[in-house]
Design a protein around this ligand. Structure first.
Ligand code: ADP
Ligand code: MG
Length: 704
């Protein structure tokens, strides 16, 4: 292994059709037109598309590309690709490599094998992929050749969104529109307002040979049984610890691939649990960040395979140690480069900041139920609410300095604290905040200086849906709050007075969502209930928020989803939940029946032989008899639990109402799976180590 690395700048972005390549490969005129199109997000004219396609093909061929694909994000939460070769055969039989404008702009994959959540009847089997010019095309390197990937949206014949990108783009547009109006009240006209996202990705790495021997990891992505190891994360020696060489090699090779794709991976470190790590690229415009997070997950998987490592991105691969999340850092920036969540330097900027802040509070307060639903997944159910991850109650952490400022505004300027801002000069806001950069790791939605960090996302999730919901909700808040400020201004108030009056009202209304304390504490659960905040404990109970009246109204009003589109997402989420749990219970059942019970019975037989032999010889064997009883009791209880599971499965499979089924699985079937696990884990600690048919936690989490 060499410690010499090439200069990153010599290959950064080399696999993307980026600005430099466009400038190089396109005529000045085409370049200008394409850039204008990208900025406005408009569809390309055919003649421009042809020139761009030609240039893209030339560039791709120079880089060893043989195939192209429209790369999209169906509602599975993953990405989809169907490769086509550039190769074509001319009429005279000659081979030729061709790529036309129409193939660049639009594709027509058969949509019938992708989830549509009930929209299928209305759109036939046809679906269309359309180039999203705001995200650069990129080259995905393969073992023996490369593929040109064109990021696209995926829509039905009738224009319904069949993917996660389309609603995200719509929500960015909605936020842009309403943010521009808000900024205007403060005397500035900006061309554009963009959402920015910075996802931090957590994951586990384990040796591939362990992974291959665990049907639960292979099929369900998490261990369904496995006793806690003698050592877990209690020594707190992994977080930010020195990185094992094999993991470091993985990180460095991954980063190299990401740099080639123009993805600025910035941070890498050990996480809290053994063999758990994090990678965080520098944030970017939301749509690009969502695409990049998908690319990050794909690259990590590929590089892991190359190194005989298995990467686990399930939210809870191992019981008893921390699970993995994906913190979504979110902010809004205008085309003058001004971050709307940055307090600013002048009183007016400070006032705008406070207005934006209160708007976000309002959005999170009003739509906490669907924000909760947007991050719901079977894996995340094992994480949220455990003492490692934010609870399922959505609240906002502002820190005491900022919270005090809001309270002072609410109470009026005579309730002055020492801080000068309360005179509503608003002059000293940045200094006050600078000195108070406290952090709260237990909050699901925390203000961190100049952005919010939505910390409840699961590690395997696409960031698109939570970002879409958040953008849409904030777009509405911006609109409501700007309108009220505007109407006061029309009646003669200046912007400051109008703003303060409106903020006062909304601070009072939305204050219950603010919580600076320990979100893991039992007291908070009670307190949140008193405040009327929803506590949607699991996926099954949170999903109906998708179709709650107020949420559908908001999302349709801003044209983020049609009513059908939102129902389709609800249906898909339910169906995926039920399918995931079905895979888990089937896997658990097979493992218990074919691996654990037989192994335990073998040991039981040995003990029977020993005990009866000893008894015949008249040798005392009380303890060994006890051991036999314990093993026998676990085998018997395990077998009973398995029969009970069969009955529950039968009942679940005869339930055709998916919402009822999801609730039944959560409340009635999963507890039986848990009791099966308990007996298996107890047996793991009794049966001879050499006979145990599965790699153990102490191996998977400590040997690499
Ligand atoms: P920590 O783990 O301490 O919270 P990290 O450095 O791991 O912080 O991740 C912070 C993430 O937030 C990075 O991806 C960073 O680029 C991103 N970020 C910073 N500023 C913004 C912003 N204005 N909008 C969105 N994301 C941001
Ligand atoms: Mg981090």
């Amino acid at each position: 292994m060499s410690s010499k690395a090439e200069n990153v700048l010599s290959y950064f972005g080399k696999n993307t059709f980026n600005d430099a390549v466009m400038r190089d490969k396109l005529s000045k005129e085409v370049y200008k037109k394409l850039k204008a199109n990208i900025q406005k997000g408009e569809k390309l004219l055919p003649e421009i598309a042809n020139s761009v396609a030609h240039a893209m093909k030339e560039w791709a061929l120079e880089n060893g590309v043989t195939h192209f694909t429209h790369w999209f994000q169906p509602m599975t939460g993953l990405t989809a690709e169907k490769h086509d070769a550039f190769l074509e055969i001319e009429k005279n039989g000659d081979p030729i490599q061709r790529f036309d404008g129409d193939k660049l702009i639009q594709g027509e994959p058969d949509a019938s094998s992708f989830p549509s959540g009930g929209m299928r009847a209305t759109f036939e089997a046809r679906g269309y992929t359309i180039w999203d010019t705001t995200s650069p095309a990129f080259i995905m390197e393969g073992p023996a050749g490369s593929t040109l990937c064109i990021p696209t949206v995926f829509i039905s014949y009738n224009g319904e969104a069949l993917d996660k990108k389309t609603p995200l783009l719509r929500s960015m547009r909605a936020l842009n529109d309403s943010a521009k109006k808000l900024i205007k009240l403060f005397g500035r006209d900006v061309d554009q307002v963009t959402t920015t996202l910075g996802p931090e990705q957590e994951y586990f790495l384990i040796d591939q040979k362990f992974y291959d021997q665990r049907p639960d990891l292979v099929l369900a992505g998490r261990t369904l049984i496995g006793a806690e190891p003698p050592k877990g994360q209690e020594m707190e020696d992994h977080y930010f610890g020195s990185i094992k060489e094999r993991a470091l090699e993985f990180m460095q090779l991954s980063e190299k691939e990401l740099y080639k794709l123009g993805i600025p991976a910035k941070t890498r470190h050990n996480e809290v649990a053994p063999h758990q790590f994090e990678i965080a690229p520098i944030f970017s415009e939301a749509n690009l960040a969502a695409d990049r997070n998908q690319q990050v997950m794909e690259v990590l998987k590929k590089v892991a395979t190359r190194l005989n490592l298995a990467i686990l991105m399930n939210e809870k691969p191992f019981a008893g140690v921390n699970g993995s999340g994906k913190h979504l850092n979110w902010s809004v920036v205008d085309s003058d480069g001004y971050n709307l969540l940055d307090p600013g330097h002048t009183p007016k900027e400070n006032l705008q900041f406070l207005t934006v802040l209160v708007s976000v509070l309002h959005a999170v307060y009003k739509y906490s139920d669907i924000l909760r639903a947007s991050i719901a997944s079977p894996g995340n159910d094992h994480r949220l609410g455990a003492n490692e991850a934010p609870p399922a109650i959505i609240s906002v952490f502002l820190g005491s300095a900022l919270y005090d400022i809001l309270e002072s505004i609410e109470k009026g300027s005579d309730h002055v604290t020492e801080q000068k801002i309360i005179d509503l000069d608003l002059e000293n806001l940045p200094t006050i905040l600078q000195d108070n950069t406290d952090r709260n790791r237990t909050s699901p939605f925390a203000f961190t200086g100049n952005k919010f960090e939505f910390r409840a996302l699961g590690s395997s999730a696409s960031v698109s849906t939570p970002a879409t919901i958040l953008n849409s909700a904030v777009a509405e808040s911006f609109e409501i709050i700007s309108k009220e400020i505007e109407s006061r201004m029309k009646k003669g108030s200046d912007v400051k007075d109008a703003c303060i009056a409106v903020l006062k009202k909304y601070i009072t209304e939305t204050k219950p969502v603010c919580f600076n304390g320990d979100n893991y504490s039992a007291d908070w659960v009670k307190e949140a209930e008193k405040r009327g905040l929803p506590n949607l404990k699991n996926t099954a109970s949170s999903l109906p928020a998708y179709i709650a009246k107020k949420n559908v109204e908001m999302l349709t009003k801003f044209k983020i989803f049609t009513k059908e589109e939102i129902h389709s997402r609800y249906n898909i989420k339910l169906e995926r939940y039920c399918n995931t749990i079905a895979i888990e219970y089937k896997t658990l059942k097979t493992m218990a029946n074919t691996m654990i019970v037989p192994t335990a019975i073998d040991y039981q037989n040995i003990l029977i032989g020993t005990v009866s032999g000893l008894k015949q010889l008249g040798i005392a064997c009380d303890e060994q008899t006890k051991r036999l009883s314990t093993v026998s009791e676990h085998i018997e209880s395990l077998s009973k639990a398995l029969s009970k599971l069969d009955k529950k499965i039968e009942k679940a499979e005869s339930e055709h109402d998916e919402q009822k089924k999801a609730l039944f699985l959560t409340d009635s079937l999963i507890p039986v799976m848990n009791s099966i696990r308990e007996h298996c884990d107890a047996l793991e600690e009794l049966v001879p180590d050499q006979d145990w048919p599965l790699p153990k936690y102490r191996e998977m989490l400590f040997i690499m």
